[in-house]
Design a protein around this ligand. Structure first.
Ligand SMILES: [Fe+2]
Length: 151
């Protein structure tokens, strides 16, 4: 029998974008993903109850984190701000739709959802967040970053 691991994803320094404020928020997102995952290991009905309670928490924190990132990108006049913001918006819409369709009777497969969440977060950090972080580090290197709060 194969035992399910208790943690789906662990923070690794390779996920760091080099901005402490953002790394801390990404760590919290990973922690919440694990919380959701752990709840999904319970029996079916319990898992479902837990899922609907916890997914709210995940979405609330995600929205808080996205707006922190968007503020930061606006402050440094990041050229790909609109594209990045669109990814955030699409994620929120997609996730809300998923939750709604589970509530509307679509077969609930918590493990699939939590894996989608994990994959989205990790690839978003690795590709999209890394791009704006590089831009910020470059401004810093050139000495043109100015006083941006939070970095
Ligand atoms: Fe982002």
């Amino acid at each position: 029998m194969t035992e399910e691991p208790l943690v789906l994803v662990e923070w690794d320094n390779k996920y760091s974008v080099g901005i402490a404020l953002i790394d801390d928020q990404h760590k919290e997102l990973i922690r919440l993903t694990n919380e959701l995952y752990q709840g999904c290991l319970a029996g079916n009905e319990e898992a479902e109850d837990f899922f609907f309670k916890t997914v709210r928490k995940v979405l609330d924190y995600t929205k808080f984190h996205f707006s922190a990132e968007e503020k930061l990108m606006e402050n440094v006049r990041y050229p790909k701000y609109a594209e990045h913001k669109k990814q955030h918006e699409d994620f929120v819409i997609q996730t809300l739709n998923d939750v709604k369709s589970f509530q509307g009777g679509k077969k609930f497969v918590p493990n699939n959802f939590v894996r989608y969440l994990k994959d989205w977060i990790l690839s978003h950090i690795a590709i999209t967040d890394t791009q704006y972080a590089k831009y910020i580090h470059e401004l810093k290197r050139q000495g043109t970053l100015g006083n941006v709060i939070g970095i």
